[in-house]
Design a protein around this ligand. Structure first.
Ligand code: AMP
Length: 115
């Protein structure tokens, strides 16, 4: 069993609003949304941060995450207007949960630069 709150969501120990699932991924609505659509896409495998990702080992997983983002954006009706994908890494990246996750944000115009 995993160490983070996201492991407990994967194992259904705690509830989440799940919007997408396949063999390797789970996606659910962020509990503190920063946009009208704010969904987290996570691998079921426990990978703490981007720093543990290697192109060789995780190419298929990463491709799956982008495919899922496109499918979910389409399902949520935000695909054609555009959206933002964010992966925070570590302390300075603003990461709070150490289980790799991609934020899918949309439904409003995003600002740049980020805070
Ligand atoms: P990060 O700062 O990139 O690590 O993002 C972690 C995200 O997880 C934040 O946007 C939180 O609002 C979100 N979060 C934390 N706990 C939960 C939960 N139980 N269900 C859904 N989202 C959560």
């Amino acid at each position: 069993m995993g160490n983070t709150i996201f492991s407990k969501i994967i194992s259904r120990e705690i509830p989440a609003q799940i919007v997408f699932e396949n063999e390797t991924l789970l996606a659910f609505r962020d509990i503190n949304p920063q946009a009208p659509v704010h969904i987290l896409i996570i691998p079921k495998e426990e990978i703490p941060t981007v720093r543990e990702i290697s192109g060789k080992k995780h190419a298929e997983l990463l491709a799956n995450m982008y495919d899922a983002a496109n499918i979910i954006a389409e399902n949520e009706g935000i695909s054609s207007d555009g959206f933002r994908l964010v992966i925070n890494c570590g302390k300075n990246g603003g990461q709070e949960v150490y289980h790799l996750h991609m934020h899918l944000l949309g439904g409003r115009k995003m600002n740049w630069p980020p805070g």
